[in-house]
Write a protein that binds this ligand. Structure first.
Ligand SMILES: [Zn+2]
Length: 244
């Protein structure tokens, strides 16, 4: 971002204000778009689907642990499915036994910030981002037995400061290729209609737990059925097994 703005100033100087202004609008547009587009790679690379030919899909479940965690674990077991839980540090400290159960049953654990600053995450500076991410790395290392290597941005937002913080902690950002907006008010029918067209080999599916609407477990049940109907299987990518 710094460099692009130096280039804008240079262009303004060399080519006049009209071209300079156009470049300014374009580069600021890119910055804004990349901040709020969860799949943008500009500030920090993100996994949007599993690499290579695979019949697997990767189920990723955000915002736990919650009251839904145990029913979700039972449901995953019933379908011989595995998932990665992107957990919030302060919720982990409140209910560590749920996190130990996630790991015991062979699922993955990822970092989803320490306090889930929903409306402010996109504008956090480097110090606050470091604190948010480091605190949850420490918590999960202690509770789950190893520090995670996957990170999910809060509400999918990023900014220019997040890449170096993730690199320092050995974290890779995971985005998604299928989502149904199940973290906000919705019905299972609406969510399934949004997810099903993108339920393809290698898909990364974004799901939530503990939402106020109370449908998250039912949504997962129907996603698992849809996965099986397509001849796919919900498994962790090879490098994502256990708590890593
Ligand atoms: Zn979240």
């Amino acid at each position: 971002m710094g460099l692009s703005q130096v280039a804008v100033v240079a262009l303004w100087w060399l080519a006049g204000w009209k071209l300079g202004l156009m470049a300014l609008v374009l580069t600021h547009g890119a910055v804004l778009w990349s901040t709020f587009n969860p799949r943008s790679q500009l500030f920090c690379p993100a996994l949007v689907r599993l690499p290579g030919e695979t019949e697997r899909v990767w189920l990723t479940i955000d915002d736990g642990p919650s009251d839904d965690t145990r029913p979700i674990l039972d449901l995953l077991d019933a379908h011989a499915a595995k998932a990665t839980f992107f957990l919030v540090g302060e919720r982990v400290r409140a209910r560590p036994e749920l996190v130990r159960e996630i790991v015991r049953r062979g699922h993955g654990v990822g970092n989803h910030s320490d306090s889930h600053p929903q409306t402010a995450f996109w504008r956090l500076g480097p110090g606050t981002l470091e604190a948010e991410i480091a605190a949850n790395q420490r918590t999960l290392a202690k509770v789950a037995g190893a520090a995670p290597r996957w990170f999910r941005s809060v509400v999918g937002h990023t900014n220019p400061f997040i890449g170096p913080v993730l690199a320092r902690h050995g974290l890779t950002r995971v985005a998604w290729s299928a989502r149904g907006f199940d973290g906000v008010s919705c019905t299972p029918d609406q969510v399934l209609a949004r997810i099903e067209p993108d339920l393809k080999p290698g898909a990364i599916v974004l799901l939530h737990e503990g939402a106020a609407h109370g449908h998250n477990v039912e949504i997962l049940r129907r996603v698992l059925v849809a996965v099986e109907q397509r001849g796919l299987s919900a498994q962790l990518p090879p490098q994502a097994s256990g708590s890593a």
